[in-house]
Ligand binder design. Structure first.
Ligand SMILES: NC(=O)c1ccc[n+]([C@@H]2O[C@H](COP(=O)([O-])OP(=O)(O)OC[C@H]3O[C@@H](n4cnc5c(N)ncnc54)[C@H](O)[C@@H]3O)[C@@H](O)[C@H]2O)c1
Ligand SMILES: [Zn+2]
Length: 358
């Protein structure tokens, strides 16, 4: 088992990473000082595949565990579903000291996290992420949210969990496209912060795709460390955390223009290449680094090229992105693999030129 500490003063917490962690969850939560009731929020897929091990571990550690189920899918990230959760938390007599345990991917983490942040002005939250994306990204950093109509993550809070428990074994039941989606954020971690980790990924892509647990543990650990470091330096997203948006300016636009037919990971993969090309055209990023990125992204099972959308629609969508200010596109650019910087002044014409390139 490996541990990463997210250092946020009184809101600090530990990320526990390893195979078979579900079996240890009860003990970890009990050592945090909780006892009595515990509420697990999950979806039917996780309930069937992985809830038994978690509930058993909680029971063995003396918890009286209740499982609340919400259907799977992004549509569940809504205030209606949160309201239903409040009712069910009331029905099972959850108190201010009752831990809420989010067992699932980013949807469950964001939804259960938002409910935990607001029920009784905040009950303790434990994240048990089950997708690669959730283990390396969404469970860390305390952003919890629901969607408002079509506006993603519009209503939310910063609410740090008491612990994150990432069981590598549960990744085995993920499909390969979900794995690739998570890999986009993993590759991003290397690109923004750690050239050595990027090289490790180049050397181990095949082992990751074969669900090699030792390699998966390493990549979750190293990505979590990078995210934890960045979050510790900027809890409320007013500066350093911007670098986590590498590839996301164009990525979000692609997602929304495709009406979410293109997954977040795929969109970010293309967005990372566009940002690298812009950096290269500005004479900042060497061509060799751009080629390495495109090769790794492709080997991870992710797209490197923009699908044939109308450029106008894409550019328009980008104007509504919260990272585009006063017509000037705010971009996280690359100096080299492992080194990014924030630029406020990327010309719209250069972005269009790169988008149109074949
Ligand atoms: N809070 C943050 O900082 C943050 C960061 C990035 C993304 N997000 C959010 O995360 C969400 C996406 O999360 P996701 O990519 O984890 O997808 P997801 O939560 O929608 O999960 C995808 C599907 O995989 C299934 N699943 C989960 N774990 C499984 C497993 N181990 N085996 C088999 N099936 C499994 C789920 O039932 C679900 O149907 C989005 O809503 C996004 O806004 C939040
Ligand atoms: Zn992302």
């Amino acid at each position: 088992m490996r541990k990463v500490r997210v250092r946020l003063g009184p809101r600090s917490y530990t990320i526990h990473i390893g195979s078979g962690m579900l079996e240890q969850a009860g003990q970890i939560i009990s050592l945090l000082g909780f006892k009595g009731k515990a509420v697990v929020i999950t979806d039917p897929v996780l309930k069937r595949l992985h809830s038994e091990a978690l509930i058993e571990s909680l029971t063995t550690s003396g918890f009286d565990a209740t499982l609340l189920e919400v259907p799977a899918g992004e549509e569940q990230k809504s205030l209606d579903v949160v309201a239903r959760l409040y009712q069910r938390l009331t029905d099972c007599l959850a108190e201010r000291t009752t831990p809420v345990i989010a067992l699932g991917g980013g949807v469950i983490g964001d939804l259960a996290g938002f409910a935990a942040a607001t029920y009784l002005r905040g009950v303790p939250l434990v994240q048990v992420p089950t997708t690669l994306l959730a283990q390396v990204d969404s469970s860390i950093g305390g952003k919890v949210a629901v969607d408002h109509g079509r506006l993603k993550n519009r209503v939310g809070a910063f609410y740090q969990p008491k612990a994150v428990i990432s069981d590598i074994s549960v990744l085995k039941t993920l499909g390969s496209s979900a794995l690739s989606d998570g890999l986009a954020e993993v590759i991003k971690s290397g690109v923004i912060r750690h050239a050595g980790f990027f090289s490790y990924l180049e050397q181990n892509t095949e082992r990751v795709k074969a669900f090699d647990e030792r390699v998966l543990e390493t990549i979750v650990y190293r990505s979590a460390r990078i995210k934890a470091e960045v979050v510790s330096g900027d809890e409320l997203d007013t500066g350093l955390r911007n670098i986590l948006n590498y590839g996301h300016t164009v990525g979000h636009a692609i997602e929304s223009v495709s009406e979410f037919q293109i997954s977040h990971g795929q969109a970010v993969a293309i967005g990372m290449i566009v940002a690298a090309k812009i950096s290269n055209r500005l004479g900042i990023l060497p061509q060799g680094d751009l080629v390495r990125m495109a090769e790794l992204i492709a080997r991870a099972g992710l797209p490197t090229e923009l699908p044939a959308f109308e450029l106008d629609r894409l550019v328009k969508a980008m104007k509504y992105d919260k990272k585009v200010l006063q017509g000037r596109a705010r971009f996280v650019l690359l100096k080299a693999i492992g080194e990014v910087f924030l630029s406020d002044g990327v010309e719209q014409s250069l972005i269009e030129q790169v988008l149109l390139e074949k």
